[in-house]
Design a protein around this ligand. Structure first.
Ligand code: MRU
Length: 370
């Protein structure tokens, strides 16, 4: 039987090749091709160009990426090693600003090395663990530890998405019509997705659901990715242009909305793909529950409110000519192209995390969670 898109790993460590292997998502759904990323520039570009994308998948790629880059280190001391690690981490972190999972994964890699060595003052535990009898700084054991941590980030992502699916499933009934925006699916994570996890589990359980995917201008993640993966899973999938969702909601066909998230502020404001806040606003008008699915790694308690979230601005060409046979806007016209928007917490019916569904007041629920 032909391999389905769901049989591919979104992000995989190919340690034997000193590389990360990713599905090149810019080619989907027409071509399923994987590519190897070996250098810092290749990893940075793959994240910036959305060859690998979606907050959790970016985090996993960054963890593997930092390990692959540090594997080449010839540092002679802990201080030198950490200086290199920080430089490479800062470089990868500059590829995209909004998804907090990127900095979360990179910080986690650094913190892990610090914790394991008591910030360079004790190498005995880490060396012993890696079968090294030396007592002092040993490059090999630090690199081995980075590999393990990056693999843990990926394994946890799968576990966390499954849990989000289980909690989200409790919010779905047989026969429901569900709307989603962008791609918070398996392609944005390592399995299940976040917003799609409840849908996959509902389908697995035999619930009859219909999923409506917003096309998601300008990069078409809904059309190219979500519709593709849900249809491949055998889920009843319907595609619509973004400007059709209000009429769909008014028609009564939508019972719940599930979206992913790139960063949740401490007050529950949630940044996600541009257009999400329009969906949430209209959902409120028609009384449709609007759920944000977010691993706890997407919650940023250091960002107080949504207005503090840095929103990525992207190239005008994504709006004026990409995907079209010929340019569809006048030359020289000014273009507004933010990649994300922030949904105000009062429009959110629940934030589905791996620990359960958070409800308003979100500042209190989030403080409790951390
Ligand atoms: O620009 P993208 O494609 O990386 O944006 C992705 C989204 O907005 C997703 O909804 C979000 O990252 C959550 S993925 C589980």
């Amino acid at each position: 039987m032909a391999k389905s898109i769901l049989d591919y790993e979104t992000v995989e460590l190919r340690d034997e090749l000193d590389a990360i292997e990713i599905i090149d998502q810019t080619l989907l759904p027409g071509n399923i091709e994987t590519i190897l990323l070996k250098t810092g520039e290749e990893i940075w570009n793959a994240i910036y160009l959305l060859q690998v994308r979606g907050a959790p998948a970016i985090g996993v790629a960054a963890g593997f990426g930092l390990y692959i880059l540090m594997k080449k280190s010839e540092a002679k001391s802990y201080e030198e090693f950490m200086k290199q690690l920080r430089e490479k981490s800062d470089y990868l972190n500059s590829s995209r600003p909004t998804a907090v999972n990127l900095s979360w994964a990179l910080n986690r890699m650094e913190t892990h090395i610090k914790d394991m060595t008591m910030d360079g003052s004790d190498f005995s535990t880490i060396n012993e663990k890696h079968g090294i009898s030396e007592k002092g700084f040993c490059l090999q054991s630090l690199i081995g530890e980075m590999k393990e941590e990056s693999e843990r980030i990926k394994a946890e992502d799968i576990e966390v998405c499954r849990k989000i699916g289980e909690y989200g499933l409790e919010l779905i009934k047989d026969g429901d019509g569900i709307l989603t925006h962008c791609n918070a699916g398996q392609l944005a994570t390592c399995k299940y997705g976040t917003a799609t996890a409840p849908m996959y589990l509902a389908h697995e359980k035999g619930l009859n659901i219909r999923v409506y995917c917003d096309e998601t201008r300008p990069l078409l993640q809904g059309a190219r990715l979500t519709a593709f993966e849900l249809q491949s899973a055998g889920i009843d999938t319907t595609l619509l242009c973004d400007n059709m969702s209000a009429s769909l909601m008014k028609s009564g066909k939508i019972n719940a909305i599930f979206v992913g998230c790139d960063r949740v502020a401490a007050n529950g404001d949630a940044a996600n793909k541009i257009g999400t806040s329009v969906v949430a606003t209209v959902a409120k008008r028609y009384g449709i529950p609007f759920y944000v699915c977010a691993p706890s790694s997407t919650i940023d308690i250091n960002t107080k409110v949504g207005d503090d979230i840095k929103i990525e601005q992207r190239k005008p060409e994504e709006v004026t000519e990409m995907w079209y046979k010929e340019r569809m806007a006048p030359e020289g016209v000014k273009v507004y192209n933010p990649a994300f928007d922030v949904t105000d917490n009062e429009l959110i019916s629940g934030i589905v995390t791996e620990y359960g569904v958070l409800r308003a007041p979100y500042d209190v629920a989030i403080r409790k969670l951390f």
